[in-house]
Design a protein around this ligand. Sequence first.
Ligand SMILES: Nc1ncnc2c1ncn2[C@@H]1O[C@H](COP(=O)(O)OP(=O)(O)OP(=O)(O)O)[C@@H](O)[C@H]1O
Ligand SMILES: [Mg+2]
Length: 282
Amino acid sequence: MRKIAVLNQKGGVGKTTTVVNTAAALAAMGSKVVVIDLDPQAHLTIHLGLEPETTEAGSYKILTQSAKFEEEILLVRPNLWLLPANIDLVGAESELVSVVGRETILRETVRTVEDNFDYLFIDCAPSLGLLTLNALAAADEVLIPLQPHFLALQGLGKLLQTVELVNKRINPALQVTGVLLCMFDSRASLPNEVRADIERFFNDARGTDCAWSDAKILPAYIRRNIKLAEAPSYGKTIFEYEQNCHGAEDYKKVAEFIHTHSQLSAKSTTDSLAPPSVGGAV
Ligand SMILES: Nc1ncnc2c1ncn2[C@@H]1O[C@H](COP(=O)(O)OP(=O)(O)OP(=O)(O)O)[C@@H](O)[C@H]1O
Ligand SMILES: [Mg+2]
């Protein structure tokens, strides 16, 4: 099972949108996919069509070790399972403060279903607190959605430092494997400057033993697309809401890229996919 934490402590950059639609595309391609909502906002749960008020607090129960993973996951689409969240998750960080091994509870549980799925995606909250540490301890890969505006790189250093700490202390397998540019508008020059800055930064780390030495910007971008913003309020994936739009096209490419690369950072074809054509929102 590939275990991918989708993380950026900046809010509203496209984490949840990326988890929902990449997972949905992979499930439609025949992979067995499980997604974990590790954000007390429960946006992933809502986006997949559930109401957190009437949904059991799946991820909270897992973190407080009061239920088993396979008892709490829900089949929400063919091949796609969800460990849901609700507001109870807000309390988890403080409740776990005195629990020994609190950073690795999720990892221990995920290990029990290692052979049951092809992909696990964790939708992280916009924070670097204990919930996110649990995600990083459980994952092998970190995918960072990033909105390429001029403040985008602010905060990236802190995020990478956190990943590095987890890599060195708790989870040696953890690597930052990819940055996914979200809400990309290639008509503007700034995104290309931000992109070049990140590439330079990653290139400087090649050959070192830091946790992002193989990181790449994914060749598939997510264009700004109004349909992607509308779909969550209907509880639908982009493929259910409007399958012929830029958003659906772009997330399908991301899923295909992930599926054909054993790691997001696999080097061979990262430069062979052309960026999507320039265009406005559909
Ligand atoms: N490519 C896109 N084009 C237009 N709107 C988008 C796009 N991607 C995401 N959105 C919208 O932007 C908002 C933020 O996206 P999303 O919820 O995925 O971000 P997030 O990083 O998960 O946020 P949070 O940090 O609050 O969890 C949502 O309203 C979403 O529908
Ligand atoms: Mg989110």
